[in-house]
Design a binder for this molecule. Structure first.
Ligand SMILES: Cc1cc2nc3c(=O)[nH]c(=O)nc-3n(C[C@H](O)[C@H](O)[C@H](O)COP(=O)(O)OP(=O)(O)OC[C@H]3O[C@@H](n4cnc5c(N)ncnc54)[C@H](O)[C@@H]3O)c2cc1C
Length: 375
């Protein structure tokens, strides 16, 4: 048996690494065990948006959580950068969702209006921008004739997600946490009154608490502590262009220019099981839409296409829960792991350290899917 820890976190993607970092900053002895390079890893293949607008439509708790994350981002990014020296390419100047045609513009305005009235405290964060004003906001870009305008949320932003992951993992180790790569957890054994034994390959460790944050690898581990979350993969494909001069001053849903100058074009939403292939059909569809927004992209070479699988719960909102039958075993899953990283390193880590998820997290329990084992 290896050393004892206060908390063992299974999975060190953007979710697990953020929780482990937060717990370490609270003075807990933390071990984060990450799987193998062949694992499905959304943290290494996502779009890098810090997205608030429209998030939590019909779910005010999720909406409020996203807003709280947006509040926390500037300080969280500054601390991570200062501690690790990693330039996260963090920006929070606002984000756009382009509308192609007046019908889309009207539908977007209605949806954003409804979404804003759900949470009156932040009702003025998003506005509809007409084409002429949009053109003034984007002096280096020529918008296609189909663009009628956009919704613009002042609180949206972007980041380099790979650098975020690196910074979270580096900060975790710098704070005294232990991170082991290539350690896929195969068994979690509850030891009544004495925490949990966690096994990866031939090694075993004891932890007073255990957190399952292994993305799509989570259901198999969760079943060992009577946590059962329905989860489905959802494929997202992206295109990346060659590096360009500054063109897009704001990130947009499905279109953003990275700190290096490449333009990311995306993102599909496909229910195809564990299929990670990229398809010409998706490339054509994404390109067609991007060209209607920015026709100049037709002259640009694209250098890469990739796909990754989202970690989707039935309603798309996160799950944060503790096992009823095995208290001390937690699960954390979501498909906005970049946006919500300051929540995971902050209030969620604090709640796990305390041993109970507070009322503010009530909505996120998996009981909303009527799973009987959960508390
Ligand atoms: C195409 C696409 C675009 C996206 N765009 C955005 C975006 O713009 N903004 C945003 O906020 N979110 C975005 N997301 C979602 C975001 O990437 C995920 O929410 C986030 O990566 C989830 O982090 P995670 O750590 O839970 O899972 P992952 O990143 O998948 O990490 C899981 C980790 O667990 C490890 N693991 C698996 N099994 C085991 C095991 N048995 N033992 C130990 N470790 C294990 C894996 O090796 C991996 O490191 C996007 C996702 C996709 C697919």
């Amino acid at each position: 048996m290896k050393d004892d820890y206060d908390v063992i976190v299974c999975g060190a993607g953007v979710m697990g690494a953020a929780i482990a970092l937060g717990l370490t900053r609270l003075g807990r002895r933390v071990l984060a065990l990450d799987g193998n390079d062949g694992d499905l890893r959304a943290a290494r293949a996502n779009f890098g948006l810090l997205w608030v607008q429209g998030k939590g439509y019909g779910k005010p708790d999720y909406q409020a959580l996203s807003h709280e994350a947006a509040d926390r981002w500037p300080r969280f990014a500054a601390e991570l950068e200062a501690q690790t020296g990693v330039d996260l390419q963090f920006e929070q100047r606002g984000g756009l969702q382009f509308c192609l045609g007046e019908t889309q513009m009207a539908a977007r305005a209605e949806r954003i209006g409804t979404w804003q009235t759900q949470l009156p405290s932040v009702a003025s964060c998003t506005e509809m921008i007409e084409r002429s004003a949009l053109m003034r906001m984007m002096p280096d870009a020529t918008l296609g004739p189909d663009v009628s305008g956009a919704s613009f949320c002042h609180r949206d932003g972007q980041i380099n997600p790979l650098k975020l992951l690196r910074a979270l993992q580096s900060a975790l180790v710098a704070e005294g946490g232990t991170l082991i790569h290539g350690a896929p957890v195969s068994r979690i054994t509850p030891e009544p009154g004495n925490g949990f034994t966690v096994q990866a390959d031939a090694q075993r460790w004891r932890g007073a608490k255990v957190v399952i944050a292994a993305g799509l690898g989570s259901p198999a581990l969760a079943a060992m502590v009577d946590l059962d979350v329905p989860l489905r993969p959802q494929r997202g494909q992206l295109l990346v262009t060659e590096r360009l001069a500054p063109l897009l001053p704001y990130p947009a849903s499905g279109l953003r220019q990275t700190g290096e100058g490449t333009v990311m074009i995306g993102v599909t939403q496909e229910d195809v099981g564990m299929d990670m292939n990229t398809t010409t059909m998706a490339a054509a569809k994404m390109s067609r839409k991007a060209l209607r927004i920015l026709p100049a992209l037709s002259q640009v070479g694209w250098v890469r296409q990739w796909s990754a699988l989202r970690i989707m719960t039935p309603d798309g909102a996160p799950v944060y829960a503790q096992s009823t039958t095995h208290p001390g075993a937690f699960i954390a899953l979501c498909h906005s792991g970049v946006t919500l990283a300051p929540i995971h390193a902050g209030p969620l880590a604090a709640a796990i350290a305390d041993g109970a998820l507070p009322l503010a997290f009530n909505f996120f329990h998996q009981r909303r899917f009527h799973v009987s084992q959960a508390e």
